[in-house]
Design a protein around this ligand. Structure first.
Ligand code: NAP
Length: 268
């Protein structure tokens, strides 16, 4: 079984070690390769997937751009407007999004409740769209704030969630049940946080989908303030686990995927 990940650049992806561990643990013959693809070669890459691969993951910068090259989309991928997983069904390429359910799985595993809860998202990029969609579908009351307000306004309108301006942010922060950082702030920078510590919520949980470092400054400060915390590695593992099941029909050994991802992180 040939699998891989399409993106550019791709040198820091944990998906190959994680998916190879899942294939090995399931006793399946197969390989999962990096498929670095510059935008002008995306169409050709999709044809290669159609001919030779059982499926693939898709990452930055292609999650939206790949859609016109696929044959079908899941309802989820269509609503989110982004694909992170392709399944090859006998030459028919179906685009799906496992970031959305993967995020919810990570909350459930950590016992962070979201149904009927007020969940505040910082950021309005691709990951925020998937997370907002999943949370809303899961019964949460979702509010979105972003540095570039128009982008958050557009997300809020398209996905039917709430928009937070700068003026309404600090009150909403104090009263939310779950805060989720979906911005890139803190990625590979333990000194950076998307939020001043004095603006942290008064109760509940803080989730940072950044996974490198595993404990970001935001999470450190939230932990010091007595809040429950969750990093981005579980979401990464679960989006991969759900993709694996779609490709192979096998439930993966998630523990093996966690172990491989954690070991891989040390080498990044
Ligand atoms: P994206 O589409 O490029 O969006 C980036 C977001 O970060 C935008 O909202 C952007 O705001 C904001 N941002 C960037 N620099 C900022 C700054 N200095 N101050 C405030 N906001 C800033 O990226 P993405 O695909 O959504 O990914 C976002 C992060 O999530 C990345 O770190 C990625 O690695 C992580 N991620 C993790 C997982 C996982 O499985 N754990 C999955 C997907 C993504 P503007 O609109 O104002 O530019």
């Amino acid at each position: 079984m040939k699998l891989g990940i399409i993106g550019f650049p791709l040198s820091h992806s944990l998906s190959p070690v994680m998916q190879q561990a899942a294939l090995d643990a399931a006793g399946l013959e197969g390989s999962y390769r990096l498929l670095p693809t510059q935008p002008e070669f995306l169409r050709a890459r999709v044809q290669e997937i159609r001919r030779e691969f059982a499926g693939a993951n898709v990452t930055l910068p292609h999650k939206e751009a790949i859609i016109p090259f696929l044959d079908e989309l899941s309802d989820e991928a269509r609503a989110i407007g982004a694909v992170n997983t392709i399944v090859n069904r006998a030459g028919l390429l179906v685009g799906l999004n496992t970031d959305a359910p993967g995020f919810l799985k990570s909350l459930e595993e950590a016992k962070i409740a979201y149904k009927h809860k007020r969940v505040l998202l910082l950021g309005a990029g691709g990951a925020a769209r998937a997370i907002a969609y999943a949370l809303k579908k899961g019964g949460a009351k979702v509010l979105v704030h972003n540095r570039t307000a128009e982008r958050a306004e557009r997300l809020a309108e398209e996905l039917g969630v709430g928009f937070l301006s700068n003026a309404t942010l600090s009150h909403a922060l104090k009263t939310c049940d779950v805060l989720v950082n979906t911005t890139t702030v803190g990625m590979k920078n333990p000194a950076a946080s998307p939020l001043e510590a004095n603006l942290l919520p008064m109760r509940g949980a803080v989730v940072d989908i950044v996974y490198n470092p595993q404990t970001t400054r935001l999470l450190l400060e939230a932990g010091n303030a007595g809040l429950k915390t969750l990093g981005g590695l579980p979401m990464l593992v679960w989006q991969g686990a759900l993709a694996f099941e779609l490709w192979t029909g096998h439930k993966p050994q998630v523990g093996a995927m966690y172990k491989a991802a954690q070991t891989g992180l040390k080498d990044l």
